[in-house]
Design a protein around this ligand. Structure first.
Ligand SMILES: NC(=O)c1ccc[n+]([C@@H]2O[C@H](COP(=O)([O-])OP(=O)(O)OC[C@H]3O[C@@H](n4cnc5c(N)ncnc54)[C@H](O)[C@@H]3O)[C@@H](O)[C@H]2O)c1
Length: 379
């Protein structure tokens, strides 16, 4: 099997998830290629022990330039705070490495544009943006249902990413709550790609948006005995007007970091004139659908382990978050090895740019309490 040699820049939460997915690659069957992590980089050296202890002798450096200078590295996964995307992603491409970058692909639209220019300058490199939730089998069922035409004219779409990790106001601040590092989008920058990936893939590009932005926690402890400003938006509810063949429809996008009772809920609901479909990670092995042949009654189907990229797990068993991460990586590695990601490639730079256009409009809409037109970048 072909081997693709990876470097990881940013060894925090998400860097470890990739290492774990790569370590159990034997889980997948029939893959064209496998990833091998040959280099890791983090400015916090303490975080690299996880990698060096589990992966044996690999390059470990606190300077990403050293990783990029390593000729053994074919592709790079970059999972660093948002403010650094616009510096490091172009450097990765300039070094001739394929890029799998974490969302939001730049802290704001201007930084995204700078990344896009670097991508345009290196057309031979494969570039994708992280977004794993659509790889749940239930999400794929909703996508297939829509693509089959079973929905008919659309009445409404709702896509949500809800969690409650910031509900405790005394949780110490981290970079995700600081505007200078996370960006002005706040929760929309953290979670916006998750809710927009599938809508944009299905061709649902908002024309205008309204947005309700909520900021409930204005100060947090800094971990050193002081209270410091907590600047970012906690929750955003965007209502978009989407042009479509059967007429405009409303699309509600919820990115909430303070959603009481929610752990990490990604959901997608499509309501149409002929049929409707729904998936939520709260019921990870089920999806629901309705076809109105006489009655309007939701049907619920248990899916079990039926992902795009087959694995050793029996079809009767459950699929979970770490599987979704591995499926996303399978899609990227398959593309690097010349495959078509089984028809569902990871989020593209174009989708990342379009999501910035929506979030930029939503930020103005929410701040100024008005409807704002979405201006898409010409790529
Ligand atoms: N796809 C998902 O589900 C998901 C979930 C969480 C976070 N993310 C994204 O992943 C990225 C990282 O988030 P995280 O939660 O892993 O954050 P994190 O804080 O856990 O990890 C980021 C790491 O980057 C390191 N770092 C900072 N500056 C660096 C530099 N100059 N060179 C090398 N390393 C540097 C930090 O020391 C830290 O260890 C963000 O873009 C975030 O939006 C994605």
């Amino acid at each position: 099997m072909k081997e693709i040699r990876f470097g990881i820049i940013g060894c925090g939460l998400m860097g470890r998830e990739f290492a774990s997915a790569a370590a159990r690659w034997l889980h997948l069957t029939g893959m064209r290629a496998r990833p091998r992590i040959v280099s890791v980089c983090d400015t916090n050296p303490a975080l690299m022990a996880f990698f060096t202890e589990n992966l044996g002798p690999i390059q470990a450096t606190s300077d990403y330039r050293a990783l990029l200078a390593n000729p053994e590295v074919d592709a790079v996964y970059c999972a660093v705070p948002h403010v650094l995307h616009a510096e490091i992603y172009p450097a990765i491409l300039a070094a001739g490495k394929h890029l799998f970058g974490e969302k939001p692909f730049g802290m704001d639209a201007a930084q995204n544009r700078a990344i896009q220019e670097a991508i345009d300058a290196h057309p031979g490199l494969v570039v994708r943006c992280s977004s794993e939730m659509p790889f749940y089998p239930g999400a794929q069922k909703v996508i297939d249902f829509v693509r089959s035409g079973a929905v008919g004219d659309i009445l409404e779409v709702e896509a949500a990413f809800l969690h409650s990790s910031d509900i405790n106001p005394m949780k110490p601040i981290n970079w995700k709550r600081m505007e200078a590092v996370n960006g002005e989008y706040g929760c929309m920058g953290d979670l916006g790609m998750h809710v927009l990936h599938v809508p944009l893939r299905l061709g649902w590009r908002p024309e205008t948006v309204q947005a309700s932005l909520v900021k409930r926690v204005t100060q947090r402890p800094d971990g050193k005995g002081n209270m410091v400003p907590c600047e970012t938006w906690d929750n955003a509810t965007i209502t978009a007007r989407v042009p479509h063949d059967g007429g405009h429809f409303p699309m509600v996008l919820k990115t909430w970091r303070i959603a009481p009772g929610e752990a990490n809920t990604w959901s997608l609901r499509v309501l149409g004139m002929k049929g409707s479909a729904f998936f939520t990670t709260k019921s990870p092995r089920q999806w629901q659908f309705m076809r109105y042949d006489g009655t309007q009654a939701w049907q619920t189907e248990d899916l079990g382990y039926t992902p795009l990229f087959p694995g050793i797990t029996g079809g009767i068993f459950e699929f979970g978050f770490t599987d979704a991460i591995q499926q996303m990586w399978a899609a990227f590695v398959d593309e690097l090895a010349g495959g078509d990601a089984k028809g569902f490639p990871c989020a593209s730079p174009r989708e990342a740019a379009d999501h910035h256009a929506v979030l930029t409009a939503a930020l103005t809409a929410g701040r100024e309490n008005r409807t704002v037109e979405v201006t898409y970048a010409t790529l």
